[in-house]
Design a protein around this ligand. Structure first.
Ligand code: GLU
Length: 291
């Protein structure tokens, strides 16, 4: 079967894959396969200081051991700065992006709480210029509310102006912000479907705002259930999630499939068998219409 579907797994190589990131990887692989689509891997290493050397290859090796092989050569965000700069230049030219001179301390003094992959809610100090102070970071001027649809979570809405504020596209340290890189790359790679962990759902309105500001299409979104650590918090590299033990890859795939609510038969001897069994159960499994 051929289709226009293009999905991607986009790990930040700050540490090896763990049980939580495998759930997201498996979900987007299954969704691409179930749609007769293509599955890509993008290494999101824009935040270089947080990415230990060689961790990208560790992750690609883990995916290969689990039978999750990309259909095209992986791309590395650290090599794509020219694309991000071109997008920022367009946003500056259209008046949507502006330079900001505020320090973190100045913003913290005025702002509210901060979301993941986010910044403090920016009070808009530099919207009408920096008053001659040097530009430190570049921000997107946001407007109003974004309504969007998640395949699993249903209708979603966020007021960008009050809940997020004008967010950073290029950081004061010169690094590209996740939001800009992900939007530019999803469009450049022709991604039609984003399938990723639910912890990233609250980034989606910012990404849709950026897509609209750049005249880019909005993909469909499916945010998958999170794997929780025994303490009830999200399993993450930050709270010490263990790297996957790949002595038994089918067992790891089976656990990830169970976390996605796929009741696999008790014995799947090989990676191929496990993936095939999960694929047979996947279509529509997480879609909102089932609940
Ligand atoms: N690189 C991001 C992360 O690992 C995921 C980005 C995405 O899937 O949009 O948190």
């Amino acid at each position: 079967m051929t289709s226009g579907y293009r999905g991607r797994f986009a790990p930040s190589p700050t540490g090896p894959l763990h049980a939580g990131s495998l759930v997201a990887a498996l979900a987007c692989w299954l969704d691409a396969r179930a749609h007769g689509g293509r599955w890509l891997v993008r290494i999101e290493d824009v935040d270089r200081p947080r990415c230990p050397p060689g961790m990208d290859e560790v992750i690609l090796g883990q995916l290969a051991a689990l039978g999750l092989l990309p259909d095209e050569a992986p791309v590395w965000q650290s090599r794509r700065g020219t694309l991000y700069q071109a997008a920022l230049d367009r946003l500056i030219a259209s008046g949507r992006a502006y330079g900001c001179a505020c320090t973190r301390a100045e913003i913290a003094a005025l702002a509210g709480p901060r979301p993941r992959h986010g910044e403090l809610v920016y009070p808009g100090t530099c919207r009408r210029g920096t008053g001659g102070r040097p530009v430190r970071a570049w921000r997107l001027r946001v407007e109003g509310r974004i309504d969007w649809q998640d395949r699993r979570l249903g209708p979603q809405s966020q007021d960008l102006e009050t809940e997020v504020g004008d967010f950073v596209l290029k950081r004061a340290d010169g690094l590209w912000a996740y939001q800009l890189a992900v939007v530019v790359d999803d469009a450049a790679q022709g991604i039609t479907d984003v399938v990723r962990g639910e912890d990233l759902a609250d980034n989606t309105p910012r990404q849709i705002a950026l897509q609209r500001a750049l005249g880019l299409p909005t993909p469909r979104y499916l945010h998958t259930p999170l794997v929780l650590a025994p303490d009830g918090h999200k399993l993450s590299k930050q709270n010490g999630a263990q790297a996957l033990d790949l002595a038994d890859p089918p067992a790891r795939l089976r656990e990830a499939a169970m976390a996605l609510g796929l009741p696999l038969p008790p014995v799947c001897a090989s990676v191929g068998e496990t993936l095939a069994a999960a694929l047979a159960l996947w279509p529509g499994r997480l879609e909102v219409s089932r609940f």
